[in-house]
Write a protein of this length. Sequence first.
Length: 332
Amino acid sequence: MLDERKVSFSGVQPSGNLTIGNYLGAIKNFPEFTEKYKCFYCVVDEHAITVRQNPAELRRRTYETLALYIACGLDPEKNTLYVQSHVPAHAELSWILNCYTMFGELSRMTQFKDKSAKHADNINAGLFTYPVLMASDILLYQTDVVPIGIDQKQHVELTRNIAERFNQVFPDTFTIPEPIIPAAGAKIMSLQEPDKKMSKSDENENAVVRILDDRDTIIRKFKRAVTDSESEIRMSDDKPGVSNLITIYSCFTGKTVSEIEKEFEGRGYGEFKLAVGEACANRLAPVQEEYRRILADKAYLESVMKKGAEEAAYYARKTLSKVRRKIGFVNL
Ligand code: TRP
């Protein structure tokens, strides 16, 4: 069976805390992406343990993440959805690539510097070699494109450097991947500090709306959203709070900015915020319902994991055996 599509690889941390920023910026566009690329979505439990995890919680979140992605429209029949630790080739290639990655390169990774400042009591070797495992994820599938947030760009650049270095010694081993940073997707800002991006790890819960927040919580958070001292509902650089709400409303309703400005002409912020909250809650309700249905069906989720792991392993094995042969390991 010949698949002409280019390969897209995406790693997702096992966390159920995804925000409407993740939803509107990336997840919502997944089905479209599937038409264009052969997509791998990997829940990266091995990356997760570079910081301390509660085991029961990690396991639960692995199921939750998978359920949420499926609920958001990722079809496991059309995409390869799986869990990283179910495909041992990731860890195997990672060891090999460790030997083709320089200490100095890893020392320069800003995420390592940030995380070792944040977890000063646990600066383990895995935290340091995290980007090598990520490079292995990507390179195992001869990936063409890697959709990521801007914070992961440095890791994809390192992946390219490792692949180029390896290919220089052993030609034609890896495809060199391109990062793609979804620009078309809406950029959703914090509800409390609208000049900052909405972040799933924000300490102020009122700043973030999560895909799994219930209706009352969603409406309350929008009611408390920071605006400005005027009363006009208008998109403008000097009105970041109101502009952000307009963007969100537009994404959830499909209405254009000028339609929205007209709809709320002469009406106050209170009324507008309520409308945004309701539009958001209405749109997320079916996703949440589907999420709960899928999450309750553990056997189904495990069958998805199993099928995904088998599919992924098939492609991973091809690359790994090529690498092993090239570097001089005995393949039996
Ligand atoms: N490091 C990524 C993050 O923290 C997750 C990730 C792991 C990833 N492996 C990947 C992303 C491969 C893209 C490709 O978000």
